[in-house]
Design a binder for this molecule. Structure first.
Ligand code: NAD
Length: 518
């Protein structure tokens, strides 16, 4: 499939006709304009695409680590050369700022292409296993990581490069071929990538894209050898259940409700800057966004005042030139309704809106950066994923209460604690039920691709990044090699009384009760 064979760029709003023709209209959420149409790929075409990827896999694997790393680097060069088109597409389909497109999507993808190319040979090297069993004396045992075959990557709409393509990169570096199913809300950037892989000479079928909605994703689950899914917890559970039918391995990166704890000895200016940055960035549409804050009573008023002041100064609007706005649009139409519902529910139960609290009228889909106080855990905004530019702040007695409330969640993705006492911060981080925790920081931990990133509870299964982030795309094979073996080993037939006794004595000698010294 050529890169843009199934995309038709347009500026004419004609969504209904496109849907009737089995196509999906792609909207610019900041302007309301339809910017393209893509295929709603049916199940039989998904199966055919996976088949094509299956045929391409042995050749791709045969290139070896070095050959594949070279291709990944070529693709990185193509991305940098074509950065304007890539960023424009990310901004147009996501409604995000140019800075978010550049740093959180494109930069990450470029870094990742080099990282996995370099690290794959180390993380997937054969591992020698030492065993103490006397029955294995003289035998060599090692574990080898073998690519699974065709990996299906299903992604969300908030980071088309980082969270769809980003997961394809280690799968490719390991020697798999990949079929990506980007979100139907933001499919255009991933289609552009297919143009890139063709331009730099990836063999056909190594990395391809099927566009479509849930049915297309489900068809991918039905056909591939491994599924990497990023999206909501609700869909993640469906994917897991469907994959169970064929016992297809699954890795899930799901939703979050990440807490921020601010202790009274914290650098309040830094904590407030971090709170605003990582609750409002990309309109809060980040799985590891700060979604709730717990602040110790003595510094609560000062922290809230500082956050409110900073939020008031944020510039929101349709992204234009670099540096023109801080906050862009809400990408996904139903998401703005969830945000409105959470704020309404909080206000109905007694919360106070200190800034924001409304949808912005006009073309495009925007929700004002919002700060809530007077919140508690009876409110949806403190318990369910909001995924919008909303920061509820709750006053707590002390660190223990903060930890208890932070852990009162079905999610466990990221978390942060701010204190000048780093040892105390670390000990609090260790008590948080989350896959990842930062002390005096937030979100930036995602860039540490050497370290595993994943969620506990309903935030996911498995990890990305680190050795496990590429081994998950491989099956393990344990190989035992006997070079110099006797014709007959002592454990072989026929069973003999003398040997039986010998093994029994050996067992007592090794693990039996020790004789007391006289
Ligand atoms: P979503 O679950 O609605 O959709 C994700 C993808 O799944 C889309 O491509 C969609 O078409 C596909 N899909 C839908 N139904 C399917 C089915 N039955 N079978 C297979 N695929 C199906 O999620 P979303 O709204 O696109 O993304 C937002 C969510 O993603 C948020 O909850 C956010 O926290 C989460 N997210 C998590 C991470 C992470 O790393 N943990 C990163 C980014 C986003």
């Amino acid at each position: 499939m050529s890169a843009l064979e199934n995309v038709e760029l347009t500026s004419q709003p004609n969504g209904a006709a496109a849907e009737a023709a089995g196509r999906i209209a792609v909207e610019n959420p900041a302007t309301g304009q339809i910017i393209g149409y893509v295929d709603d790929t049916p199940a039989d075409r998904v199966a055919a695409e996976v088949e094509r990827a299956r045929k391409a896999q042995p050749g791709w694997e045969a290139l070896g680590f070095e050959g594949r790393a070279r291709k990944l680097k070529d693709l990185r060069t193509w991305l940098v050369e074509n950065r304007k088109r890539v960023i424009d597409t990310l901004v147009a389909e996501g409604g995000k700022t140019r800075e978010d497109a550049l740093l959180a999507d494109l930069w990450y993808a470029c870094d990742s292409l080099g990282f996995w190319g370099r690290k794959a040979p180390k993380f997937l090297a054969d591992e020698r296993v030492k065993t103490r069993s006397p029955f294995l004396l003289g035998k060599r045992i090692f574990v080898r990581y073998r690519p699974m075959g065709v990996v299906g990557v299903i992604g969300p709409w908030n980071y088309p490069l980082t969270n769809t393509f980003g997961d394809a990169i280690p799968a490719l570096a390991a020697g798999n071929t990949v079929v990506m199913k980007p979100s139907e809300i933001t499919p255009l950037t991933n289609l552009l990538l297919v143009e890139g892989v063709e331009a730099v000479g990836f063999p056909p079928g190594v990395l391809s894209v099927v566009t479509g909605a849930g049915e297309t994703g489900a068809a991918l689950v039905d056909n591939v050898d491994m599924i990497m899914f990023t999206g909501s917890t609700r869909t993640g559970k469906k994917v897991l259940a469907r994959a169970a039918e064929r016992l297809t391995p699954v890795s899930l990166e799901l939703g979050g409700k990440d807490p921020l704890i601010v202790l009274s000895d914290a650098d309040l200016e830094r904590a407030a800057n971090m709170a605003v940055q990582w609750s409002m960035s990309n309109s809060g549409q980040i799985c590891m966004a700060i979604e709730r804050a717990y602040v110790e009573a003595p510094v609560y008023d000062q922290f809230v005042a500082s956050v409110v002041d900073k939020v008031r100064n944020l510039r929101q609007g349709a992204p234009g030139a670099p540096g023109s706005v801080d906050i862009g649009a809400m990408t996904f139409p139903p998401q703005i309704e969830i945000v409105e519902r959470h704020v309404r529910d909080a206000v109905d139960k007694g919360a106070e809106v200190l800034v924001g609290g409304h949808r912005v009228e006009g073309p495009g889909r925007f929700y004002e950066p919002t700060v809530l106080t007077g919140v508690d855990h009876t409110m949806d905004v403190m318990r369910d994923e909001t995924f919008g530019p909303v920061l509820p702040i709750m006053k707590v007695r002390d660190a223990d209460e903060a930890v208890e409330l932070a852990n009162d969640s079905r999610y466990g993705l990221n978390s942060s604690v701010f204190t000048r006492d780093v040892a105390k911060g670390e000990s609090i981080a260790r008590r948080l039920d989350a896959g990842n925790s930062c002390v005096n920081d937030a979100c930036i931990n995602y860039l540490a691709q050497d370290a595993p990133f994943g969620g506990t509870g309903e935030s996911g299964l498995g990890v990305r990044h680190g050795p496990q982030g590429i081994r998950k795309y491989c099956s393990q094979q344990t190989i035992l090699v006997t070079r110099f073996g006797p014709k007959r080993e002592p454990t072989m037939f026929p069973n003999k009384r003398i040997m039986s006794r010998m093994f029994e004595r050996l067992m007592v000698l090794m693990w039996g009760p020790r004789r007391k010294r006289r």
